[in-house]
Structures are given as C-alpha cells and as structure tokens.
Design a protein around this ligand. Structure first.
Ligand code: ADP
Ligand code: MG
Length: 279
C-alpha cells in the first residue's frame, strides 16, 4: 500500500528520543521520549525536582544531553547551541521576567525583532524606528497595544509576562518552550495568559511545551499532558486520561491539587487536604 493511502497524523514538529541527563549522582532526566505536533499545547507536569526544567534545557540547547536525540521538523538539533536552536524557530519565555524596565513596551518588542532580523544591537537607538509597526502588531495580538509607549517598569507583573510572550513571538517561532510562564502571577492572570497562548498557538500553528503549577490551568488549557516523576515519563495523554491514571494519582496523592482539578473538570468532589504539592 502506498503511503498516500495510509491515514496518518502529520509528522511531529518536535521529537525527543531517549533523552537523559545526570548531575553527579542525580539522574535528572532518564530516558524521556515524546513528540509534539504543530499547534498543540503540551503540558509537562510533575513534582518539584522531577526534571521538567532539565528537559526544557535539553531541548533549547542550554544543556547537552548525556544520551538521546532531539528533532525539530525532522532535523536533528541535538547539542546545537541555544542561539542556533532559537534561529531554527524555537522561542522561549523565562521563569523570571526578562524585559528592559527602562525601555518602553514597544521598544522591548522592537529589540526582539531587531535580534530576529540580525540587526546589530549597538545600532540602538538609531534603529528606534525600525520594526515599530511590526512590534505594534505583536502587541495588538497579545492585547497590549495601548500600553506600547509606556516604560515596561510601569506594567503590572502579569502584563510584563504578556510582553514576554510578544517578545517570544517576534522570532516567528514554530515551537514555544514555556517553563513556568505564569510563575508569580495571580491565579486569574495565569488562566488568561494560558488562554492567550492557546489562541495564538492555534492561530499561528505554533507547538507549545509548557510547565505550570496550577492543575486547574493545566487541565483547562492543555491538549495533552505528560507527567514526569524522578526523570521518567509515567503518563502521556489527553487531560481526561491523565485525570484517571492510577500512577499519576499516586504521584500526586496527598497534594489534593490533581483532585481539585478533577473536581473542576468533572464536577466530582476532591477529598484530600494535605498541603505539600507538586511544583
Ligand atoms: P523541575 O523543573 O521538575 O523542578 P529540575 O529539572 O530543575 O526539576 O531538577 C531535576 C533534578 O536535577 C533535581 O534533583 C535538581 O536538584 C537537579 N538539578 C537540576 N539542575 C541541576 C544543576 N545545574 N546541577 C545539579 N543538579 C541539578
Ligand atoms: Mg523547574
């Protein structure tokens, strides 16, 4: 039978195969394999220390893996430098806000565009007029057009995180890596930022890999959820399947958070009250 007649899903945007990384005696990531499609929102969850950030750093080039491969659009990007991986269309947001407080909102986005188009940063401020329209379009996309000419320092934290999303989009990414994009944000803002991310990902066909503490946000916005425990993936599937996965519930047993998310999604009552939780 020819391939044309076989029903198949499109080739994955990102594929990780057997990724491994140890720090001294700690096996932070232990044989992680998964794939991600364009336009898909994939959440990586797991307790604190499970290896989530290390996974991100193996994909974005911050860390070389001890073993395993990473492919982007079918091309091997394993071990490439962060800048090279970024150039291939892998954007990222940072856990700690990384905008220039003294510059205006639109200037921050213009800087990112200049970098994307490889203009030298020392041209600034002569380049101040460059890419302004494009930067304003990106700010419109994230709902911050009217704040464009204010210094970033005047923005609320949630808005700064939203500017970071616009900055990440300046690179026209095919893949967006968001490690705790909503860290430090109020619960309502968290949902709004992920909703915005979801809309933009669908509109622009961007694959998104993200971590997030709030199980409510994860279960409400992810297309698929992977669960990491002690460096290993113990589950990978749509939210409804992850909710009912026994091993996942064991990992989160006692935290109450997954049970709460379950209650939100299914209307069932959660019962656990212990405090220590996944991060
Ligand atoms: P998560 O993001 O899921 O909380 P991390 O990937 O940050 O987990 O960490 C996984 C494990 O690897 C933890 O035991 C952590 O202490 C360890 N680890 C992470 N980064 C380093 C590092 N640069 N040096 C040494 N140990 C590290
Ligand atoms: Mg982390």
């Amino acid at each position: 039978m020819s391939a044309a007649h076989v029903p198949h899903s499109p080739a994955p945007l990102l594929t990780a195969q057997g990724l491994a990384k140890a720090f001294g005696g700690v096996q932070a990531v232990d044989g992680v394999s998964f794939s991600l499609q364009a336009g898909e929102l994939l959440a990586l969850i797991g307790p604190n220390g499970a290896g989530k950030s290390t996974c991100f750093n193996l994909i974005n080039g911050q860390l070389p893996p001890d073993a395993g491969r990473v492919q982007l659009g079918g091309h091997d990007i394993t071990g490439l430098r962060p800048r090279a991986i970024w150039r291939l269309g892998v954007g990222r947001t940072f856990q700690v806000a990384a905008t220039y407080a003294s510059m205006t909102v639109v200037e921050n986005v213009q800087m990112a565009l200049l970098s994307h188009y490889d203009c030298l940063r020392q041209w600034w401020p002569r380049a101040a007029a460059l890419y302004r329209e494009q930067a304003l379009e990106l700010l419109t996309a994230v709902g911050l057009r009217e704040r464009a000419d204010e210094p970033c320092s005047t923005l609320a934290y949630g808005d700064i995180k939203t500017v970071e999303l616009a900055i990440a989009l300046a690179n026209s990414p095919r893949l967006l890596l968001m490690d705790e994009p909503t860290a430090g944000m109020a619960p309502r803002e968290r949902g709004a930022l992920m909703e915005l991310t979801r809309r933009l990902a669908k509109e622009r066909d961007i694959g998104v890999l993200f971590t997030e503490h709030s199980m409510d946000v994860v279960f409400a916005h992810a297309d698929r959820i992977m669960v990491l425990a002690r460096g290993r993936l113990i589950a990978d599937g749509p939210p409804a399947q992850i909710r009912d996965d026994e091993r996942v519930r064991e990992v989160y047993l006692g935290s109450g958070r997954l049970l709460q998310a379950r209650a939100v999604v299914s209307g069932a009552a959660g019962s656990s009250t212990r405090q220590e939780g996944p991060r």
